[in-house]
Design a protein around this ligand. Sequence first.
Ligand code: G3H
Ligand code: 13P
Ligand code: ZN
Length: 335
Amino acid sequence: MALVPMRVLLDAAAKGTYAVGAYNVNNMEQIQAIMAAARETRSPVIIQASRGALKYTNFTYLRHLMLAAVEENPDIPVTMHLDHGNSLETCKMAIGLGFTSVMIDGSLKEDSKTPTTFNENLEVTRSVVDYAHPLGVSVEAELGTLGGIEDGVGSGTVHLTDPDQAVEFVKLANVDALAVAIGTSHGAYKFKEEPRLALELVAEINSRIPDTALVMHGSSSVPQELVDMVNRYGGRMPNARGVPISAIQSVIPHGVRKVNVDTDGRLVVTAAIRKVFAETPEKFDPRDYLGPARTALTVLVAQKMRDFGTAGHAGEIKQKSLGDMVEFYRKKGII
Ligand code: G3H
Ligand code: 13P
Ligand code: ZN
């Protein structure tokens, strides 16, 4: 089975009332760790690459690493997803590389900084849907903007998703998944004090568009013990704060089917590497620190798979090819 369009995973998650984690990847160790966690917990999984990740790896390397994950794990349903595509061109490029799902983040302009109007967002999103669906590729869009800025991505200002606009947007754009802004942000510094999230907005949006999978971005929990570990071994991450797992779990019954996690992976890898450097400064073989980092990431992701309810569902996913999805969209009258 292995490589599947994201819509297949999200529909199965809706049926089973759980969420699938979407984990950002940039290198071999991250991909191996996530796949090891998926194997251990028997979970379907979304591995996603940002534009920054694709640039870092020069595209081809990441594509082959993802395909290696698929080949090595025939029993695990895997979606290759583009995270925060900024234009139709970027989405076309990812689809050309073999991604089975793309996100077009039309909430921001192509510079990934300036918020767009509703109509600008709709226009670019529709252009991606019109290109992707006839190829069977799934599409995620975003309405509203997250807080925070990561690697220059993000407006830095929160605009919560308006439920009326969500209804209109989904009706006109026919996306498979919609990322909603409820007060989360990317990165390790999500809240100055206690987490403040508009969780009730998720239930309201879900009640209005129950057939659309909702997506939570900026969903790393930034576990205090990892922040402490980074700081103990020479790092400097004051006041890092994330989204409590309990908050994520509370909205999974209300239509959240995809939960994006990048920062926690970065954190656990950094903590593990810093520990090796601090405790055994004589070591200089990258395997001596990348190996422990990979193991630590496996443990973290396996726990998320249990927390999001993904664990145990790999075997239930029915394989569908891109061709099957073309038929699916045709029957729905979307293409
Ligand atoms: O959406 C942001 C993700 O964490 C990706 O981050 O652009 O630094 O790869 P990145
Ligand atoms: P975090 O920074 O909270 O991990 O969010 C990642 C994300 O939303 C990727 O699109
Ligand atoms: Zn995101």
